[in-house]
Design a protein around this ligand. Sequence first.
Ligand code: 13P
Length: 250
Amino acid sequence: MRQRIVAGNWKMHKNAEETEDLLNELIDKIPTDLDQRVIVAPTFVNLSAAADHLEFTPIEVAAQNMHQAEGGAFTGEISAGMLESVGVRIVILGHSERRAYFHETDALLAAKVDTALKHEMEVIFCFGEELKDRHAGQHFNVVENQLKDGLFHLEASAWKNIILAYEPVWAIGTGETASPEQAQEMHEFIRDIIRKNYGNTVAEDVSILYGGSVKPENAAEIFSKPDVDGGLIGGAALKSDDFTKIVLAI
Ligand code: 13P
């Protein structure tokens, strides 16, 4: 069954105290009887505390990244097993900021996905074209290649742990959102190529989130599109009122 999901990617924001404050506000404001899943992704150093804090609430916690190796001499990195050990069962992989600033390639991301799935974690897999790709009319190709190279080596059964997040790079943190029609057009395309590769059940069951300048003002219209199953929220996830409104807009 396809799930409706709103996830907040906190990026490199919120120290320990601010994390606790924001979590407390979200626990107060977000109703506990929702059908949609609500996920927050604080920074690594605050994940353990966040997972403890959220343990008896419906809000789930995700990591923003992880290393593909099980362990070893990788200074500064975090493994899937370490995330599991503090109660984190979801990881965001392939964010455009990881691809652009930390040179994460499709091949590396495919390896990270495999490691996360081996640990039975859920993966929120991000992808999306840059503005130059869209201007060149290459956006569908770019997205198809990112999916093919990052995910299409998986068996159909692995897809139950995959959540897709289409984030056009030109819409991230820019205040410029893809129009609901542009989002729907791409999400429908994504679902179609999954259908071609994996069949109807996988295509219909996978949740495809939209990310890029989602705000309380535009969330409901974007979420109303048939192939948009929720959102991955950056800036607006840092304010409890805004994030709560977006959660309730779905
Ligand atoms: P903004 O909502 O700030 O545009 O960020 C989107 C994003 O990158 C979520 O991962």
